[in-house]
Design a protein around this ligand. Structure first.
Ligand code: SPQ
Length: 430
């Protein structure tokens, strides 16, 4: 097992780092490039384990993909050009690969099998496989198609109209990708707005989409054409340094080219509500996504309430927001976040158990957690439980803890942020 040890920072964090490519957008760039006609080039790609799993899966579907660090070249074969894989498709730890690929495979006239790691085997897939069956796809798997391994035999699918029971960009995206290949117009309605990278990128690839409030419609039979995609920095990765900069005394850090898509940027509103000293410069567009450089300084923080429509806009940032809340005066209450229970780990349980070990005052609730600050974190041994975001949240806690923080299974961090520890070093040593 890989172990990382983090010690308290004595002189503050300073300097600037370029945040690595957005994981959600990197996955989509590879997938949409693969199903487009002609060549797609991607720059700023995130070479994290999850996105590499997506590349491996699409190679097995007959697509030629060259990847060299942050640059990827995909020889798109069009939807009809995907081939029946002779081997199983291994998604590793990636829920995004699993669910979006299911949407593509549901309408392909061949058989395929998806497996993943132990964490993927516990994540619910019926939320995607059930509506995909309504399109006409045959899908089976453990627990009546709820868990991997999943076996898919796609075919002539027909459009559906569907209201999502949970706010999930992965489910929405899977259904739009199946709709793209189905006869008629598919309409999906989400209970709360979730990240819209799929919609933005499909449009970039030449697909016409209608959005009306929380509903999105797509007509089947449209063709994607190869593009150049520049991937912005991942705000979910930047979040670790936004929090570190706010809580480590005497810090000023600038994070370059961070994606600020409004459906992802909920953490900026939380930082503001908690009184953080944060500023934004160089706002611009990278492809169809807004980006900016963000500067964060050590801040006096106060507790806040995080709930409702804000939750899907910061769902992956909650583990590190909990660390932030330990350094805020008063209570921070996180509600409406049941979805945390079905991520790489049950993130309500893992955040509460691991931060408690470090001395935080934190309790789990049915749909979130309550953190009472300001508390002094002591050191200790914590576990990522194979969840990259838990591992990184604990590392940020380690930057202010009195004694060292030992993180077990730190290797998981490479799923979304392979250069995480290098970036900590950069900001400590400037
Ligand atoms: O890909 P995976 O494993 O599901 O990754 C996570 C993460 O923390 O990186 C969730 F565990 O992000 C999801 C996110 O929570 C990525 C994602 C996307 O790219 O569409 C959407 C969200 O999941 P969901 O289930 O709410 O759609």
């Amino acid at each position: 097992m890989t172990i990382a040890t983090i010690t308290k920072v004595k002189t503050g964090l300073s300097g600037q780092i370029k945040i690595p490519g957005d994981k959600s957008i990197s996955h989509r760039a590879v997938m949409f490039g693969a199903i487009a006609k002609g060549k797609t080039t991607v720059s700023g790609f995130l070479p994290g384990e999850d996105c590499l799993s997506t590349i491996r899966c699409f190679r097995k579907l007959g697509v030629e993909i060259k990847q060299d660090g942050e640059n990827v070249e995909i020889q798109g074969v069009g939807l009809d050009g995907l081939k029946e894989p002779i081997d199983i498709l291994d998604v590793g730890n990636s829920g995004t690969t699993t669910r979006l690929m299911l949407g593509i495979l549901a309408a392909r006239p061949f058989h395929s099998v998806i497996i993943g790691d132990d964490s993927i085997a516990k994540r619910p897939m019926a939320r995607v496989t059930e509506p995909l069956k309504s399109f006409g796809a045959q899908i089976d798997g453990r627990g009546n198609g709820n868990y991997t391994p999943l076996s898919i035999r796609g075919g002539a699918t027909k459009a559906i109209t569907y209201t999502l029971p949970v706010a999930s960009a992965q489910v929405k995206s899977a259904l739009l990708l199946a709709g793209l290949q189905s006869e008629g117009v598919t309409t999906v309605t989400e209970p709360r707005l979730t990240r819209d990278h799929t919609e933005r990128m499909l449009e970039t690839f030449g697909v016409s989409i209608q959005r009306e409030g929380k509903s999105i419609s797509i007509e089947g039979g449209q063709t994607l054409t190869g593009q150049h995609i520049e991937v912005p920095g991942d705000i979910s990765s930047a979040a670790f340094f936004l929090v570190a900069g706010a809580i480590v005394p005497e810090s000023t850090c600038t994070l370059l080219q961070v994606g600020l898509n409004p459906t992802r940027a909920g953490i900026m509103e939380v930082l503001e509500a908690m009184g953080a000293r944060v500023s934004i410069a160089n706002q611009r567009m990278v492809g169809s996504e807004p980006v900016a450089d963000i500067t964060i300084e050590t801040s006096q923080l106060k507790g806040t309430v995080i709930e409702g429509d804000l939750i899907p806009r910061l769902i992956d940032e909650i583990p590190v927001i909990a660390v932030l809340a330990t350094q805020a005066e008063g209570q921070t209450i996180i509600k409406d976040a049941e979805e945390l229970k079905v991520k790489e780990t049950n993130r309500i349980d893992t955040v509460v158990s691991e931060l408690s070990k470090l001395g935080a005052t934190i309790e789990a609730t049915e749909d979130g957690m309550i953190i009472t600050g300001k508390s002094t974190l002591k050191g200790g041994t914590v576990d990522s439980f194979g969840d990259h975001r838990i591992g990184m949240a604990m590392a940020v806690a380690g930057l202010i803890a009195e004694q060292e923080v030992v993180i077990q299974d730190s290797k998981a961090i490479a799923v979304s942020y392979p250069t995480f520890f290098e970036h900590i070093e950069t900001l400590i040593n400037v």
